[in-house]
Design a binder for this molecule. Sequence first.
Ligand SMILES: *Cc1c(COP(=O)(O)O)cnc(C)c1O
Length: 384
Amino acid sequence: MLPYARHEVDEEDIDAVVRALGAERLTSGPLVEAFERAVAAFTGAAHGAAVSSGTAALHAAYHALGLGPGDEVIVPAITFAATANAALYQGAIPVFADVCPDTLAIAPADAAAKITDRTRAIVAVDYAGQPADWDRLHAIAAGRGVDLIADSCHALGAAWRGRQVGGLAAATVFSFHPVKHVTTGEGGMVVTDDPDIAARVRRFRNHGIDLDAASRESRGVHAYSVVELGYNYRLADLNCALGLAQLGKLAKRLARRRALAALYDARLASLEEVNPLKRDERAEHAFHLYVVRLDARIDRDQVFAAMRARGIGVNVHYQPLHLHPLYRQRLGTRPGLCPEAERAYRSILSLPLFPAMTEADVELVVGTLGDSLAQARSGRVAAA
Ligand SMILES: *Cc1c(COP(=O)(O)O)cnc(C)c1O
């Protein structure tokens, strides 16, 4: 099966982790700081705070920006569950905004329409690796006391009007899960230009303790205070060793993803019922995913099954969040709340995309998609 995503770990990565295993500190050591500095530098942000997952990074970012019980957080309906769940962890209320049908990024007008007196933040997802419309989001947030948070788990290496993702919101969140651009096994990071936000994330990842073990060590003191409720969201030095080695290969792998996406664009032009998502000329796309929308007359699930049966590991990103039982039960959400997201869901397909794919793999995917569409079409005729 050709998967939709696949990580790459080479000898250099393995050597880096083995070296880290022999170091004096296995966690909270110098590799964590080095990885934080390297990711921050790559994105142009002033600070990075590493945590144990992208989900933990969202939770820590929401906490650092002061989201608490009863606060409303606007999130797009098309995203991974963590974007909304991290609000629930804080006792805050996720409010689902619809998406733009052509990019599947949060629709700024719907986000604006959903602002109330209790809205504290808008979280935009740089869906598939293409930045959301940060110009309009800033225009909406400005003057309303609403913070902007970037869930950029798809978009390490992307840019908006020449500015790297990482400097577009008050806090930006990355994931280092193996399907993402850079992996640490599990891991995540909050990057920000605000030193207070970075400090709050670091305290939150360490039980809300004011002085971490390294600071106590260097000051020769044993005492510390738990000043707020935090978690153990630390990322180990082992993971950071892998992340640092991976980061060195990011530029090359981004270029490879972009080249493969361009090849998909060219080959898919001949398939009338297949529409790649729209590219925004203001954005530099990081291509975590290559997502297409199928013509409304095509049964996506039939194409999905036909491709899987032929060894092509297509996927669907994502089911609209507000239709999951958790949010229906807790928040009373229901069909019709975000019609563009619901319509898009019936037509989207993520095609395999990862740097180790070959041109022949792309040809195979496109050929198989053509065959699967023909099969779905004839199935429709047979059913009629
Ligand atoms: C991957 C991802 C997350 C969560 O990251 P984990 O590291 O798996 O916890 C959150 N949001 C989006 C959009 C993601 O793609």
